[in-house]
Ligand binder design. Structure first.
Ligand code: TPP
Ligand code: MG
Length: 801
């Protein structure tokens, strides 16, 4: 990296070029030796006890343990109280044991295949689990909280998650400069060079609402360090290429020289705490065994591994050095080894008495006070989400004003604000105002709200305008949402970098830190979420099942077929629904708490609201629920300005709540016996259907009912709706193509409700490869075609199902 700051260059020069800077007391050397003993003997112990188990040992880079401990000691000395770590497989168990200091017996339990899992969910392998531990740092005698964030196999995916959690912890502690909370990210050399999310994460470090004020990165670089023949070096492009893209200095150090390693690590920690910037420590080492312990590296790298096998382990080399110079005696060294081996043996003995495995002991972010002592929700009720008319009016008035004096906004914006004032006066809301009301009311209740994504401040569709810009003073801005009440919680709205994977991971991590915040990520258009698919698959959909941890992140995904082309149309509802875990075939028992227990059991909630009021309620419900689930919302584009897509205060005041289903309430509902067809739909197509029904004058014959919460499927309400119109033909109408959208999800669930006695006919676009056409005319023709079918009461006559 090119550093263009003279002060920083001088600082580095002084740290590395001053003669004799690397001086260690014998106490420090003995500590280093003891740490190397633990690092090496831990791996040896696992290898002896479980010779055929994968553990992704650290052999060849044992120095990583003293390296991480040095960074933590040094940071603790400079005032850091909370360190959040993210790391891949290599040496992870060793870090848990010797850096975080998780009870050894709990680690050893993970190797016992007979233990029964005590927690719900499917669990995860031992080298993915997270951890949280508060303890005294022995070197500084200060309290320190260490957590290791659970992660999937997908290398580097955890990086932005760690950063988001770190940012949130800093935010809640008012630690704007990162003086109390910091993160450390450990990387493999190949993953560091190859995975784009590494770069996305580094890039976030320079953005005000995303910076963690510097992170210390440690690379376990076991590819380029050692080779007998340059043609056989599986060297990745690292470090040269990555050095160009990461905006941080990289300190390379030989992992076989432990004193140099800990010196470099302490300099790195100091750099971070001095300049609040990222820094990379490159531990150049080798890997003594194969990728895992079952792997034979000689198959593919025979010469290199012959050479590696001749290498004297770093512990032996360092012990010999200290014995030769008289810092320790051979006997002391051997006693140190015997002492640690005994600790391992004793823990092993205790681990054999355990019968049950608790994944709950492996939580990286406990939420004190949120659950009861058994880790269960404090209640199982779905709270009412309506609020008083006064609060609605107050938020509406702030949303249509400029709270700062002498602040000149754009005339186009003045028009928008006047529109909001008129709506408030008339007790109406559109989408943007409903969102304002949801956020504002939660802020009033002490809930921090954070909205992040590309262009979210203004809104991709120029409808939100949460940040006002003075037209005459450069960079002068105002966020009216932060001027609602003097004692409100803070609102953060931030335009992200042009990243989905990194930013969604970041927000997920942010949401992890506390249950008392509404954290939302908005995609520019819903389909862009697929570049963050790894975060969705590996963390959001499955996180609770794997790591027993809840997360209430909200994804806002603009969705709708509007003739805008194959991209920008579909947020791919079918993919989220396919990953929803509610059983399509099990006829549910409709207990009194069916609605809330269904939410508790699901892996995430998927909604498509057709009214601003329902959007308002679902956002509030998200926080008022006594547990946390990810919430996926397909949000509108054209409906943002649709004259019919408005709600009245009546639908938002106290006593009202989120409607999972909005039943037909017009002429058809008043005389169900005259109805010939009941159409179920979700989202924007409802407005197309109503318009077409009006134009055909079929209000008495066709009922239209909206499914607002798609998953978990409201079996109870759908059953009620179907029973209200006995014997009527049922249809599902969607604007998405048949192999997309909702049909494959709703269809078996309808069959369950209907006892497979009646069909639910499909009305919508034909199957297709692309989610939408690029031709506007084709779009309109296909729309007309399926709307014709929806209201052709003979369309399904004589058809079998
Ligand atoms: C995104 C992703 N792609 C592929 C893999 C499969 N994989 C597991 S470990 C590994 C090699 C990692 O090399 P490196 O980052 O240098 O770490 P090391 O094992 O050498 O410590 C690969 C390719 C993975 N886990 N994640
Ligand atoms: Mg490697």
């Amino acid at each position: 990296m090119f550093i263009n700051d003279v002060e920083q260059c001088q600082w580095i020069r002084q740290k590395f070029e001053t003669p004799g800077v690397m001086q260690f007391s014998s106490e420090e050397k003995r500590t280093l030796l003891a740490r190397l003993v633990r690092s090496m003997r831990f791996e040896d112990f696992l290898a002896r006890k479980w010779s055929s188990e994968k553990r992704f040992g650290l052999e060849g880079c044992e120095v990583m343990i003293p390296a991480l401990k040095t960074i933590i000691d040094k940071s603790s000395e400079m005032g850091i109280e909370n360190v959040i770590l993210g790391m891949p497989h290599r040496g992870r168990l060793n870090v848990l044991a010797n850096v975080i200091r998780k009870d050894l017996e709990q680690i050893f339990c993970q190797f016992d295949p007979k233990l029964e899992a005590a927690d719900e969910g499917s669990g995860d392998v031992k080298y993915h689990l997270g951890m949280y531990h508060e303890r005294i740092n022995r070197v500084t005698n200060r309290n320190i909280t260490l957590s290791l964030v659970a992660n999937p196999s997908h290398l580097e995916a955890v990086d932005p998650v760690v950063q988001g959690k770190t940012k949130a912890e800093q935010f809640y502690r008012g630690d704007a400069q990162g003086k109390k909370v910091m993160s450390i990210l450990v990387h493999g050399d190949a993953a560091f060079a190859g995975q784009g999310v590494v770069y996305e994460t580094f890039h976030l470090s320079d953005l005000p609402s995303y910076t963690t004020n510097g992170t210390v990165h440690v690379v376990v670089n076991n590819q380029i360090g050692f080779t007998t023949d340059p043609r056989m070096a599986r060297s990745s492009p690292y470090p040269t290429d990555v050095a160009r893209v990461v905006n941080a200095p990289i300190f390379h150090v030989n992992a076989d020289d432990p004193e140099a390693v800990i010196y470099v690590c302490s300099v790195a920690a100091e750099w971070r705490n001095t300049f609040n910037k990222d820094v990379v420590v490159d531990l150049v080492c080798y890997r003594r065994r194969g990728h895992n312990e079952m792997d034979e590296p000689m198959f593919t790298q025979p010469l290199m591994y012959k050479q590696i096998h001749r290498q004297v382990p770093v512990l032996k080399k360092y012990a010999d050095k200290l014995i030769a110079e008289g810092t320790v005696t051979l006997q002391e060294f051997e006693e140190e080894i015997a002492k640690y081996d005994r600790i391992c043996e004793e823990a092993y003995g205790r681990s054999k008495d355990k019968k049950i495995l608790h994944i709950k002991h492996w939580l990286d972010s406990p939420w004190p006070g949120f659950f009861n002592v058994d880790g269960e929700p404090k209640s199982m009720t779905c709270p009412a989400t309506g609020i008083s008319e006064d609060v609605l009016t107050h938020i509406g008035s702030v949303a249509s004003s400029v709270p700062l004096e002498d602040f000149k906004i754009h005339t186009g914006l003045s028009r928008i604000l006047r529109g909001r004032a008129d709506m408030t006066k008339n007790q109406m809301v559109d989408w943007a105002l409903a969102e304002y009301m949801a956020f504002g009311s939660l802020l009033k209740e002490g809930i921090h709200v954070r909205l992040s994504g590309q262009d979210v401040e203004r809104g991709t569709f120029s409808h939100r305008h949460h940040v006002l810009h003075d037209q005459e003073v450069d960079r002068r801005t105002c966020v009216p949402m932060n001027h609602l009440w003097p004692d409100q919680a803070p609102y953060t709205v931030c335009n992200s970098s042009l990243s989905e994977y990194g930013v969604l991971g970041f927000e997920l991590g942010y949401a992890m830190a506390s249950p008392n915040a509404l954290v939302l990520w908005e995609a520019q258009f819903g389909d862009f979420h697929n570049t963050a698919q790894c975060i969705i698959d590996q963390f959001i959909s499955t996180g609770q099942a794997k790591w027993v941890r809840h997360n209430g992140i909200v994804l806002l995904l603009p969705h709708g077929m509007e003739g805008m082309g194959p991209e920008h149309s579909s947020a791919r509802p079918e993919r989220f629904l396919q990953m929803s875990n509610d059983d399509s075939d099990a006829y549910p028992v409709f207990t009194a708490d069916f609605e809330v227990s269904q939410l508790y059991d699901c892996n995430w909630i998927v909604v498509n609201c057709s009214t601003p009021a329902n959007y308002f309620h679902v956002l509030r419900r998200q926080i008022l629920l006594p547990f946390r689930k990810p919430l996926i919302i397909f949000t509108p584009k054209s409906l943002l300005r649709h004259p019919e897509a408005k709600s009245n205060f009546d639908q938002m005041v106290s006593g009202t709540s989120f409607q999972r289903v909005i039943p037909e309430d017009g002429a058809a509902a008043r005389a169900p016996e005259q109805v010939r067809r009941l159409i179920f739909c979700t989202g924007k197509v409802y407005y197309d259907l109503v318009k077409e029904r009006n134009s055909q004058g079929l209000e008495q014959q066709v009922a239209i009912t909206r499914l607002e919460q798609i998953s978990p499927f409201p079996f109870d309400l759908i059953k009620q709706e179907a029973e209200k119109y006995p014997g009527v033909e049922l249809a599902w109408c969607q604007e998405e193509h048949k192999n997309m959208g909702y049909y494959d999800y709703i269809s078996p669930r309808f069959m369950t409700i209907l006892g497979r006695a009646r069909p639910i006919w499909y009305v919508g676009r034909d199957p297709a490869a692309a989610p939408a056409t690029g031709n506007r005319n084709t779009h309109l023709v296909s729309l007309k075609k399926f709307l014709d079918t929806a209201f052709n009461l003979q369309a399904f006559e004589g058809k079998t199902f």
